[in-house]
Design a protein around this ligand. Structure first.
Ligand code: FRU
Length: 505
């Protein structure tokens, strides 16, 4: 049940999941069952811009190699098939058999609005039958934005719980059979970075600092617009859940980001993975997702990330570290002796005959009160700048001169959104794409930072200290970056344990 098309896009990633043809946005309905990870996604099979939403479908046994299958749920008379989730119905609560896969998703149309629907699969997620009495849930107050149901089993009460985004809040519902849903509570008004609207929520439980006696609930929410750097981003809240209501540990104004780049959105977790919690993002931003310089397909997923909780300065944060399975991508390894960076230090040809798909790993100790960093550059002078700004305590990635930075229809600056950005960055801001992003180094511990940087044709994903900082940004260099130029402003920096891995499937 696979189909194949040959790639015609220069920027198609080598090792990130992309649809073979057509448009992709959010990952949705991700679930693990019998050795297979199912990645469903918002999919337009008819063209490479948003529209005609289906659930596309790919499967993997290792989170890295994906097989493209036929779309699993097609658009129907109730409208687009928007985002949602899938659960394994272990005890046959819905009546379609033990271990049936049950998908809850939003049907969206002008005529019926946004309503929650259900479909089930008894052939390992290949095909779904829609429930004949859809919809299963309507907004009690006629809300226009009511979507992206995430369902999970709440063991203490032996019930299903749904969290669904409802404009400026998230609503919790409970069910015994995945069909009849009862409203319980709402959370979100006034909390965190205030979005235009919340989308794609998730709700997961994790131990704090690895201590299973200290479990916390984490609400992930995707917000658009509302990203500190404009457009789409993923934030989260840490707190407690009593089976009915979520209480947040922090004050409403506290904002925590799952990723500090501009191209990390609609991230949700895979259901049924036991104690391991794995999220996958869509690697784009609604500001320019429809106009990126790509033709045959549009949309890629970021690398899967394993989530954990750590404490820093009395606060609990989520670390989002790339899953260890990515190590299987490492083809050739080049190890470097320790480097002391004074002024600059340049390495050409970091990957011989590169196709622009590699990983850079290093420990960097910036003994400076200025800037210590490196440029990923090509012979055309296109550069992705990554640096530690010790004056302001920030990790920065600047893509102002990274290659193509204005494409398709003109990407208008959103004045209000980018005010924050203008205040915090001093880059030569041109449009929504040509800019930098930053993260606070105070999330890390110690004076040495461990970096894993994944480059794949048109993306750079940075993980610092096991995901305490994650930063995902698209870049469109017109030839691969193959020179690494370290530099320092004042003082010096030590770079040790540096390795460059050529990556491939
Ligand atoms: C998020 C989103 C969801 C919606 C889907 C539609 O990117 O807007 O809220 O379900 O995309 O494709």
């Amino acid at each position: 049940d696979t189909f194949d098309t040959s790639n015609t896009d220069y920027y198609r990633p080598v090792y990130h999941h992309t649809p073979l043809y057509g448009w992709m946005n959010d990952p949705n309905g991700m679930v693990y069952k019998d050795g297979e990870y199912h990645l469903y996604f918002q999919y337009n099979p008819y063209g490479s811009k948003w529209g005609n939403m289906h659930w596309g479908h790919s499967v993997s046994t290792d989170l890295i190699h994906w097989n493209h299958l036929k779309p699993a749920i097609a658009r129907d008379t109730l409208g687009h098939i928007f985002s949602g989730s899938t659960v394994v119905d272990k005890n046959n609560t819905a009546g379609y058999g033990d271990n049936a896969l049950i998908a809850l998703y939003t049907s969206a149309s002008d005529e019926h609005g946004q309503i929650q629907c259900m479909a089930y699969s008894t052939d390992d997620g290949r095909t779904y039958t829609k429930y004949e009495k859809n919809p299963v849930l309507l907004p009690f107050d006629g809300l226009k934005d009511f979507r992206d149901p995430k369902v999970f089993w709440y063991e203490p009460d032996k019930k299903w719980v749904m969290i669904v985004s409802a404009d400026k809040e998230m609503r919790f519902y409970a069910s015994q059979n995945l069909k009849d849903w009862e409203y319980m509570s709402a959370f979100g008004k006034g909390y965190g970075a205030q979005p235009n609207q919340f989308e794609c929520p998730d709700f997961i439980q994790l131990p704090v600092d690895g201590d299973k006696n200290k479990m916390k609930w984490v609400m992930l929410v995707n917000i658009n617009p509302g990203c500190m750097f404009g457009g789409s981003a993923t934030e989260y809240f840490v707190g407690d859940f009593d089976g009915k209501e979520f209480t947040c540990d922090t004050k409403p104004e506290t904002v925590k980001w799952l990723d500090y780049g501009k191209d990390h959105y609609a991230a949700v977790c895979i259901s049924n993975t036991g104690e391991r919690i794995i999220s996958i993002p869509w690697m784009s931003n609604w500001q320019y997702a429809n106009v990126t310089p790509i033709r045959q397909y549009r949309g890629a997923n970021g690398l899967p990330r394993e989530l954990s909780l750590y404490t820093k300065d009395g606060q609990i944060y989520v670390a989002a570290d790339v899953v260890k399975e990515v190590e299987a991508l490492r083809k050739d390894t080049r190890s470097f002796d320790p480097i002391t960076v004074k002024d600059e230090y340049k390495i050409d040809e970091i990957v011989p005959q590169t196709d622009g798909a590699y990983e850079l790993e290093m420990d960097i100790t910036p003994n400076t009160s200025g800037v210590a960093g490196f440029d990923l550059m090509n012979a055309k002078g296109e550069v992705a700048k990554i640096y530690l700004d010790m004056k302001s305590g920030k990790l920065v990635m600047d893509r102002t001169a990274s290659g193509l930075v204005a494409f398709g229809e003109k990407s208008e600056p959103h004045a209000k959104e980018t005010d924050d950005h203008r205040k915090t960055m001093s880059v030569n801001y041109q449009n929504d794409f040509a800019l930098g992003t930053w993260a606070p180094l105070s999330l890390c511990e110690g004076k040495t930072y461990h970096l894993n940087v994944f480059v794949d044709k048109c993306s750079v994903e940075i993980f610092v200290d096991g995901g305490r900082i994650a930063m995902t940004n698209l870049v469109f260099p017109t030839e691969p970056y193959n020179t690494l130029r370290f530099y320092i402003e004042g003082g010096e920096a030590q770079v040790s344990n540096m390795k460059v891995y050529k990556l491939g499937l």
